[in-house]
Design a protein around this ligand. Sequence first.
Ligand SMILES: Nc1ncnc2c1ncn2[C@@H]1O[C@H](COP(=O)(O)OP(=O)(O)OP(=O)(O)O)[C@@H](O)[C@H]1O
Ligand SMILES: Cc1ncc(COP(=O)(O)O)c(N)n1
Length: 279
Amino acid sequence: MAVTIPVALTMAGSDSGGGAGIQADLRTFAFHAVHGASALTCITAQNTQGVSRVEALSPDMVVAQVTTVVEDIGVQAAKTGMLLNQSIIDAIADYLERNPLPALVVDPVMVSRTGAQLIDDNAIATLRQRLIPLATVLTPNRREAEILAGMEILTLTDMQVAAQKIYSLGPQAVVVKGGGFTNELRGVDIWFDGQAAVLKTQPVETRDTHGTGCTLSAAIAANLARGIPTYTAVTAAKDYVTAALQHSLRIGQGQGPVGHFFPLLDSSRNPDDSYWRSD
Ligand SMILES: Nc1ncnc2c1ncn2[C@@H]1O[C@H](COP(=O)(O)OP(=O)(O)OP(=O)(O)O)[C@@H](O)[C@H]1O
Ligand SMILES: Cc1ncc(COP(=O)(O)O)c(N)n1
């Protein structure tokens, strides 16, 4: 029997190593029982150690993917990830201004955890001016928040001040993420939508954190597509990232990805059990 489920769209880049980008987003949507559609912005040659090459798709092709999905399937929520250059951001902003979507999570991907710059310098201004004001939720990491707020972030108070400054750029809510800290702020995020809240989890001791940011924003989009109110969509998404981090995958020589499908990793499950049998 066919079922009707919510649909979420990711506009993001491909990570050939499978840990971040579109690959992380689609696995996250699937975990949340949300159908995932995708508009690819660029292809990265990437592994757990870094990005060796990037090629962009044309802005027209990016928008063609979005238009084709929205016209037929429809989407309840979307997210943006790695957008790479100014002309792709302009094209997406043009589309979204003419065709607003019910909910939009903007992950302002600029710098990866491994330190690679993932976006052209002149694209940052366009992201700030055109896309960020359209966001239901904006999810900068520590370095991205420093760029957007124009300040150094060293303390919890700095995170709160930065969140407030970034909120003034026009998103409905901001989550400044603390995964980039190596001290007690690791895993502490700040929510700001006019009111501030500290979102805390137990820090997970692992070097395998590739794709945490993509996973958080995709999980927020999936929860919004399911009709969950924004603050709860964020806190539930954070719980999912924490569980996925607790089951992160030790693959590759660098930072392995989080374990998106962690219930399937449970050692009590095997091909003979109910997950795999239809009887
Ligand atoms: N070691 C950790 N323990 C607990 N939570 C973590 C840890 N690392 C990251 N997080 C959480 O994961 C989410 C993503 O944050 P992070 O700062 O890692 O984003 P990011 O830098 O954009 O990620 P990415 O590595 O994909 O670029 C946040 O909720 C953050 O608090
Ligand atoms: C295609 C793509 N999109 C996003 C990221 C950021 O994720 P991370 O900071 O975990 O490398 C990435 N590395 N690659």
